[in-house]
Design a protein around this ligand. Structure first.
Ligand code: SAM
Length: 274
């Protein structure tokens, strides 16, 4: 979709609205239109799709999403950004709704009439908490997909495979009912100001939940197992009632360590625990 009038360069928007980047709010802005368009393309065709964006800031990714044809609802905590976003809303009439507030406090699940794609260059300080919240909701969830920027180490923890140092609770939580992949590495120099660390965009698509498992059981299991990840399962799962019998029933050797147990095996264990 094309805007009603040509959009000013993002650097001009930032200068005009005095949007000096705030470290406390995790502000590292993206200006490269081609990069932003590539991120907006990750969820697939967004024509008339509803999109939730957290932290639009001066609106770089928001522009790309609107240009891809999406209807965007954006939540921004920094009041200074609201007038800049209002200008963008004027350029795309009835396509952009901005909510001023803390995304951790807003019940985003109630904002949409059809399942939205979540697309966001997340503030690093709240990114994992937001993702865990979205993954912990009733299943199938209220969202269609998540396309999220994380610092590279966190992205690697989300998509990690067993027998790697990155593999842990976050990998199991993300992968037991989502497909998760790194869609794009992003160099630190792409941001203004550049953060100390590299980044990556993760793409998550929900799948049917495996039957017979409660989220809480899996949570308890992975918390115990990875809480003492260097220990053998028979030791780390001592506090989980029924764990010995569950390991025996599923043929999982109790001398193994949590980091060797695949997502499918955690699912089997949780199912055996009932
Ligand atoms: C990494 S910047 C991304 C800005 C813009 N989307 C871009 O790609 O250039 C993160 C944005 O999230 C906002 N933010 C930080 N904490 C937030 C929160 N709890 N709720 C909503 N927005 C938040 C910041 O003000 C900032 O605009």
């Amino acid at each position: 979709m094309t805007p009603l009038h040509p959009l000013p360069p993002l650097r001009d928007v930032i200068a005009r609205h005095g949007l000096a980047a705030s470290k406390a709010l995790g502000q590292n802005f993206l200006f490269d239109g081609q990069l932003l368009a590539r991120i907006a393309a990750i969820p697939g065709d967004l024509t008339e799709a509803q999109v939730l964006e957290i932290g639009p800031g001066p609106g770089g990714l928001t522009r790309a999403l609107l240009q891809a044809g999406a209807r965007v609802t954006a939540i921004e905590r920094d009041r200074r950004c609201i007038p800049a976003l209002a200008e963008l809303a004027e350029a795309f009439p009835d396509r952009l709704k901005v909510i001023e507030g803390d995304a951790l406090q807003v019940d985003t699940s109630t904002l949409f009439t059809t399942k939205p794609h979540i697309v966001s260059n997340l503030p690093y300080n709240v990114g994992t908490a937001l993702l865990v919240g979205w993954l912990s909701s009733a299943w199938l969830p209220w969202w269609q997909s998540c396309t999220l920027m994380f610092q590279k180490e966190v992205a690697e923890r989300i998509v990690a495979m067993p027998d790697t140092s990155a593999y842990g609770r976050l990998a199991v939580l993300a992968q037991w009912r989502c497909s998760a992949k790194i869609a794009m590495p992003v160099h630190r120099s792409a941001f203004t100001p550049p953060p100390k660390v590299m980044s990556a965009v993760v793409h998550l698509v929900p799948q049917e939940a495996p039957e017979g498992i409660r989220f809480r059981t899996l949570e308890r299991l992975t918390a115990a197992a990875f809480g003492q990840r260097r220990k053998m399962l028979r030791q780390s799962l001592k506090a989980v009632a029924g764990a010995d019998a569950a390991m025996e029933a599923t043929g999982i050797d109790p001398t193994r360590r949590a980091e060797t147990v695949s997502v499918a095996e955690f699912i089997a264990l949780a199912r055996a625990l009932g």
